[in-house]
Ligand binder design. Structure first.
Ligand SMILES: *[C@@H]1O[C@H](CO)[C@@H](O)[C@H](O)[C@H]1NC(C)=O
Length: 249
C-alpha cells in the first residue's frame, strides 16, 4: 500500500443502538489504543450524530449514513450536509447498498448527493458493489464501473472521497470476499480511476473494502496492495472494531 494513502477504517452502525449502548461503545472506543497512522470514522444514525460527536474522542471522526442533495427545504424526513456540519460531523456515507436496494436510490440520485456533499465540504464515503446474481452472471466489473462512473461524474476534488467496495452478497451475511476476490476488484477500480480520472487520483484515493469484515479476517485483507481500509458493519458495534482499526499494525 502506498504511503500516500492513509489507512481508513469506517464503522457503520446502521440502524442500531440507543444512548445507553452507544454510550458504552463510545467509552470502549475512547479507551482503545489505536494506530495514529489510521484514519477512523464512526457512522452514527442521524438522531445520534450530535451525541456521538460530543462523546467520542477527537481521534475519531463521525459520519452520517446518508443525506439529501440540497441544503434545506420541504423534504420531510431528510437531513442535509449543512446540518451534518453544524453538529461537527465531517463525513457522510452515500450509495450504501441498503440505500440502493432497500430504499431504491438510483445512481443519478447518489451522484447528486455526492456533488452536493462535496460542495458543502463534507467527506464522502461512496459505496459501490455488485449483487450475488450479478457476480454469478460475470458482470461484477460492468456493475461497479457504472456505479463508479455515476459517482466520478460528480467529483471535482477526490481528496475528500473514499471509495468503498462492498459486494452486496458479503454484507451482513457472514460471507466475506476472499482477500484475492476483494483485491481483484480493488485493482480494477484503481485502473478505472487511472484511465478515467487521472494517475494521481488513482494513486491517492483510498479504496476500502466492506462486507462482513471481522477481527479475524481484517489482517489478511489489509495486506492486499489495493485495500486501503474497511467499512465495517456489525463488528463496528463491538470492541472488536479496535482490532480492525489496528489491522495494519
Ligand atoms: C473507463 O471507463 C469506462 C466506462 O466506465 C470503462 O468501460 C473502462 O473499462 C474504464 N477503463 C478502465 C481501464 O477501467
Amino acid at each position: 500500500v502506498s504511503s500516500r494513502r492513509k489507512f481508513f477504517v469506517g464503522g457503520n452502525w446502521k440502524l442500531n443502538g440507543d444512548k445507553k449502548s452507544l454510550g458504552e461503545l463510545i467509552s470502549t472506543l475512547n479507551g482503545g489504543k489505536i494506530n495514529d497512522q489510521t484514519e477512523v470514522v464512526c457512522g452514527a444514525p442521524s438522531i445520534y450524530l450530535d451525541f456521538a460527536r460530543q462523546k467520542l474522542d477527537a481521534k475519531y471522526a463521525v459520519s452520517a449514513q446518508n443525506c439529501y442533495k440540497v441544503a434545506k427545504g420541504a423534504f420531510t424526513g431528510e437531513i442535509s450536509p449543512a446540518m451534518i456540519k453544524d453538529v461537527g460531523v465531517t463525513w457522510v456515507i452515500l450509495g450504501h447498498s441498503e440505500r440502493r436496494h432497500v430504499f431504491g436510490e438510483s445512481d443519478e440520485l447518489i451522484g447528486q448527493k455526492v456533488a452536493h456533499a462535496l460542495e458543502e465540504g463534507i467527506g464522502v464515503i461512496a459505496c459501490i458493489g455488485e449483487k450475488l446474481d450479478e457476480r454469478e452472471a460475470g458482470i461484477t466489473e460492468k456493475v461497479v464501473f457504472e456505479q463508479t462512473k455515476a459517482i466520478a461524474n460528480n467529483v471535482k476534488d477526490w481528496s475528500k472521497v473514499v471509495l468503498a467496495y462492498e459486494p452486496v452478497w458479503a454484507i451482513g451475511t457472514g460471507k466475506t470476499a476472499t482477500p484475492q476476490q476483494a483485491q481483484e476488484v480493488h485493482e480494477k477500480l484503481r485502473a478505472w480511476l487511472k484511465t478515467n480520472v487521472s494517475e494521481d487520483v488513482a494513486k491517492s484515493t483510498r479504496i476500502i473494502y466492506g462486507g462482513s469484515v471481522t477481527g479475524g479476517t481484517c489482517k489478511e485483507l489489509a495486506s492486499q496492495g489495493d485495500i486501503d481500509g474497511f467499512l465495517v458493519g456489525g463488528a463496528s458495534l463491538k470492541a472488536e472494531f479496535i482490532d480492525i482499526i489496528n489491522a495494519k499494525n
